[in-house]
Ligand binder design. Structure first.
Ligand code: COA
Ligand code: AMP
Length: 628
């Protein structure tokens, strides 16, 4: 069947479509019904089923006679380590870890925060939680203690699983002091912290800590605990408009069904094939495509601890693809921009045999045509952009390569996937014709596996996603659909920016800057950056009578964002200005500031209070190399 037929078959009978997809999952009790709409506009999928995620990701492959197949390959150019774990080995390791956690009192429904670098044990921790029906929440290693503390207070975990350290090319990230600092800051305290000692940088254990291996001794390996279809598999915090992150909830059954469907239909791999997503377990791409989907589908997944460049060179991607026989590869455009910058002629590409690789997928941020063209030219492989969000957990719009590869149009992630009725609306909620720019929305209900709510925050869920356009999910992205049904993602409609594929809140950064003792008022905008897509730039107005030298205020602001949000914010540019440009009603004109920074044309906003301030902003931006 062609893509159009499959999409149509979903539209004609979504219930039958998803029940059919559900047949690929091993249920304890199979669903008799897919969608439950009695709480609309909140929807539930596969509510009457029971199932276990870890069983589907690991045990069933062993039961089906594939225990000897590689499940996880660990390749760490940063430590010079490589290892491979079969499904049978993963089963033993995960059951033992889950047994240890159970002995510590972790049971179904308990939250467990996981704060780990890119090591196979991070996947084991996630799957051990899934085995017990515990709800994990992975926190990215590049976040500061304060961000971890916010998540501890929201998720109230019984246990935290962490490593002693992560390894960045330029430094060791000591997790333990960050963890201890976060627990000290948080009102909620976990009962126990399970620490994986990394031989490169072990840490000292405190009274609340137990060693990863020691705590497993003398305990019984745990069986898979069946959970209801709607049971939260995990919570993943993501950035919104304010500094308080949103806890996206992932429902168990829909997650299993939908992710499994994507592996063949979008990523075009069959069980046994090697699939590689070069991201981090701290992001949704890492959850869905380093850990869950490949394993649920019986593929081999790669845990890569390194960077696209500098570990040791711009050939790392190609080396891994050749060495591990990768068939489908997925990363963020920023990673390729880094490779392209280092190796513009593609000399490293020529050193490796990439005949095993069938296609490459990009997501996480806009895939700029320049980068795609460079990749097409140097790699001679199909390059597929696809668009999705932490909230959905998988592709909203993409190229259904396993069904039928559709022609690529540069700048478009292609078409809506079954399950997603994507539409473009104007501010008043009216549908817009092809080619016109508006808010991108998805008609409710969203498909299985997408967020049913936010953790502890149903009102915020409704307000953030369901209120602006009743009957639709508001994506927060703006764009258009062309005559052929191809979608184009143009910009965010909120204060979220995307830095090296990492989703960050400018509002959150403003909250940090506002806390600086010399800062009276501030604004943070996202400016265009050749490597990272966007970079945050801060503008601060000082309190009357402030005596601190401006350079010290700037350095203090940069330090504060690194301390409060983390190095991942990449906040290094900040200007002191006398005033911020505002409308007469006092709204800061951030959009106009972005245009000035990017040297783009802009219209003088009709409601601007004092146009002269824009000239001052331009001068400040020129001082840091923008607004040329
Ligand atoms: N733990 C601790 N710190 C981390 C971290 C982690 N897991 N990941 C990144 N950081 C730190 C970096 O060391 C850097 O710190 P610095 O300011 O001291 O140099 C800072 O956070 C910013 O990191 P990043 O934005 O990743 O920049 P970079 O210069 O280190 O690397 C790229 C740039 C493009 C190579 C890198 O972003 C990359 O590989 N991206 C791949 C895409 C990706 O993983 N996207 C995720 C969503 S799909
Ligand atoms: P995250 O939740 O971190 O995955 O970020 C989701 C956001 O990243 C989306 O809402 C978009 O703004 C952006 N994004 C993700 N994929 C793409 C893409 N292929 N093209 C353009 N923007 C994208």
């Amino acid at each position: 069947m062609a893509y159009r037929d499959i999409y149509q078959s979903w539209q004609d009978d979504p219930e039958a479509f998803w029940l059919k997809a559900a047949e690929a999952i091993d249920w304890v009790e199979a669903p008799t019904k897919a969608l439950f709409d009695d709480k609309a506009p909140l929807y539930e999928w596969f509510r009457d089923a029971t199932v276990n995620t870890c069983y589907n990701a690991i045990d069933r492959h062993v039961d089906q006679g594939n225990g000897d197949r590689a499940a996880v390959i660990y390749d760490s150019p940063i430590t010079g380590t490589k290892a491979s774990f079969t499904y049978a080995q993963m089963q033993t390791r995960i059951a033992a870890l889950a047994g240890g956690l159970a002995a510590l009192g972790v049971t179904k429904g308990d939250r467990v925060i996981i704060y780990m670098p890119m090591v196979p044990e991070a996947l084991e921790a996630m799957l051990a939680c899934a085995r017990l029906g515990a709800i994990h929440s992975v926190v990215f290693g590049g976040f500061a203690a304060n961000e971890l503390a916010v998540r501890i207070d929201d998720a109230t975990p019984k246990a935290i699983i962490a490593a002693s350290a992560g390894l960045e090319p330029n430094r060791v990230v000591e997790y333990k002091p960050l963890l201890d600092g976060a627990i000290e800051m948080s009102a909620h305290k976990p009962d126990v912290c399970v620490i994986l000692q990394r031989e490169q940088h072990p840490c000292e254990l405190g009274p609340r800590d137990v060693d990863w291996y020691e705590m497993q001794k003398g305990t019984t390996p745990a069986d898979c605990v069946p959970v209801e279809g709607t049971h939260p598999a995990y919570i993943l915090y993501t950035s919104g408009t304010t500094g308080a992150p949103k806890g996206v909830v992932r429902p168990t059954a829909g997650h299993l069904v939908a992710l499994n469907w994507t592996m063949k239909n979008i990523y075009n791999v069959d069980p046994g094939d090697v699939f590689w997503a070069a991201s981090d377990v701290g992001w949704v791409v890492g959850h869905s495509y380093i850990c869950y989907a490949p394993l649920i589908h019986g593929n081999t997944t790669i845990v890569f601890e390194g960077k696209p460049v500098g570990t040791p060179d711009a050939g790392t991607f190609w080396r891994i693809i050749e060495e591990h026989n990768v068939k489908s590869f997925f990363t963020a455009p920023t990673a390729f921009r880094a490779v392209k910058r280092e190796d513009p002629k593609g000399e490293f590409v020529a050193k490796y045999d990439l005949s095993c690789l069938n296609q490459i997928y990009l997501a996480g941020e806009r895939a700029d045509p320049d980068t795609i063209e460079w990749m097409q030219d140097k790699l001679d492989k199909p390059i597929y952009d696809h668009w999705w969000q932490t909230e959905t957990g998988y592709t909203i719009a993409g190229n259904p390569v396993g069904i039928e590869p559709l022609p690529v149009k540069l700048g478009s992630p292609t078409v809506a996937m079954p399950g997603f009725d994507v539409q473009i609306l104007d501010d008043a909620g009216h549908p817009l014709p092809a080619g016109e720019l508006g808010a991108i929305v998805v008609k409710l209900p969203l498909p299985p596996g997408t967020l049913p709510t936010l953790w502890n925050a149903e009102d915020r869920f409704k307000k953030s996603y369901l209120t602006a356009f009743p009957g639709y999910y508001e994506t927060g992205d703006a764009g258009m659909i062309d005559e052929d049904g191809y979608l184009y993602i143009m910009a965010r409609t909120d204060d979220v920016i995307n830095v090296a594929g990492h989703r960050l809140s400018t509002g959150g950064m403003e909250e940090v800057l506002a806390a600086h003792p010399d800062v009276a008022e501030c604004a943070v905008i996202g400016v265009t950056d050749d490597l990272k897509g966007q970079l945050p730039v801060g503008f601060v107005c000082l309190n009357n009578g402030a005596t601190t030298p401006e350079a010290d205020v700037v350095a203090g602001c940069v330090k504060l964002v690194r301390e409060k949000i983390g190095p991942v914010a990449a906040f290094k540019l900040c200007c002191v200005v006398d005033r911020l440009p505002k409308t007469r009603s006092g709204k800061i004109l951030r959009g106009t500031m972005v245009k000035i920074a990017d040297s783009a044309d802009y219209k003088m906003p009709a409601t601007i209070d004092d146009p002269a301030i824009l000239d001052e902003i331009k001068v400040a931006l020129q001082g840091i190399g923008y607004a040329k």
